[in-house]
Write a protein that binds this ligand. Structure first.
Ligand SMILES: NC(=O)C1=CN([C@@H]2O[C@H](COP(=O)(O)OP(=O)(O)OC[C@H]3O[C@@H](n4cnc5c(N)ncnc54)[C@H](O)[C@@H]3O)[C@@H](O)[C@H]2O)C=CC1
Ligand SMILES: O=C(CO)COP(=O)(O)O
Length: 333
């Protein structure tokens, strides 16, 4: 039986572990927190991040990088983006040459403004490895319940993308290959900013028209930044851009949308964060995207307003009003 390592046992890491274990792989699941580890060992269930899904006997939780990574060829990175660099650095001594890193993390590093493939390149400098990003509209809960799901797996090398496609695909989980690593990464990260904006819009009770406009104009500014950074524009119309935008801008299952909705209803960001155990990547990604837009001189009005609401104390209603009162424009890309 072949095996795989997964670093990160939050909702997504646990759901992917279940999926791969069902395919007959032995999954070595590296767990960050003690409580989560105990829950996985004692209850064979991740009661904090994915309650209700029992672990198959093929999943082996561990807190040791040596145990998780020893002899592994395929390694899934699925920790929050702020922890990605540190976890990969800790993993490095146990990685074998020519290993395959599959990142399922969605985010842009705050200090460096780098995507996860770029962080990987820095940390694994001089080391031989291949890389795939897995992204797209995929709530962990629905995947763990075998609801039909489609994602994108992108690698600069076609055979690596094909390998990842085969590794993850099941009758209910369909993986499409792609070559545009940067575009797929940026789509998955930037949609979280728009999900916060859509949540704010709904929290304020501004209606469906406003939300549809936000999603569409959100896609425009995501694409504009992506293209400036070197991504392909069409990538953003795919599963990792439009697909994930539609999902997370319209569902209360999205943590980012929920953060936005609570902001729109009048709660403060500190209060919201102190009540959440799970990660809402969009909060940090808003910071990164805002500074990227400044650096690249790209107009990103929705991102700028979400930034002002999250980081400069602007009221959500003022933010939305300012978005609507901008000078009139042509609709073009
Ligand atoms: N949950 C979902 O439906 C999906 C999540 N993702 C992405 O997957 C990544 C992981 O998210 P989730 O699994 O949802 O997270 P989660 O919010 O369910 O759990 C967070 C996990 O991060 C761990 N963690 C916290 N601080 C850490 C640190 N310093 N070092 C290592 N681990 C640490 C926690 O122990 C926990 O296991 C994110 O980038 C997210 O955007 C992508 C697709 C779907
Ligand atoms: O990325 C996701 C689904 O594709 C999960 O979205 P949230 O992090 O907003 O819950």
């Amino acid at each position: 039986m072949s095996s795989i390592a997964i670093l990160g046992a939050g909702s997504w890491g646990t759901a992917l572990a279940l999926l791969l274990a069902e395919k007959g792989l032995r999954v070595r699941l590296w767990v960050h927190g003690k409580e989560t580890y105990q829950s996985l060992i004692e209850h064979r269930e991740n009661i904090y991040y994915l309650p209700g899904a029992k672990l198959s006997p093929n999943i082996f939780p561990t807190q040791s990088f040596a145990q998780a990574l020893g002899g592994q060829q395929d390694i899934v990175m699925v920790v929050p983006s702020h922890a990605y660099r540190m976890v990969l650095k800790q993993a490095l001594p146990y990685l074998q040459s020519d290993c395959h890193i599959i990142s399922a993390t969605k985010g842009i590093e705050t200090q460096t403004l780098l995507t996860m493939s770029e962080v990987t390149k820095q940390v694994l400098k001089g080391f031989s490895y291949t890389y795939t990003v897995l992204s797209g509209p995929s709530f962990a809960k629905e995947v763990s319940q075998h609801f039909p799901t489609a994602v994108t797996v992108a690698s600069s090398q076609q055979e690596t993308a094909l390998h990842t496609q085969k590794l993850f695909s099941t009758p209910y989980f369909r993986a499409y290959t792609h070559h545009d690593v940067l575009g797929v990464e940026l789509g998955g990260a930037l949609k979280n900013v728009m999900a916060i904006a859509a949540g704010i819009c709904d929290g304020l009770g501004l209606g469906h028209n406003a939300r549809a406009a936000l999603i569409t104009r959100g896609l425009v500014e995501m694409t504009r930044l992506g293209v400036k950074l070197g991504a392909g524009s069409k990538t953003f119309a795919g599963l990792s851009g439009l697909g994930d935008l539609v999902l997370t801008c319209t569902s209360c299952l999205s943590r980012n949308y929920t953060v936005g909705k609570r902001l729109g209803k009048g709660e403060g960001i500190k209060e919201i964060l102190s009540s959440m155990r799970m990660i809402a990547e969009g909060i940090k990604t808003t910071h990164s995207a805002y500074f990227l837009s400044q650096r690249e001189k790209i107009e990103m009005p929705i991102t700028s307003e979400v930034y002002a609401i999250l980081y400069q104390g602007k009221s959500p209603l003022e933010g939305l009003k300012d978005l609507l009162s901008r000078t009139l424009k042509r609709e073009f890309w």
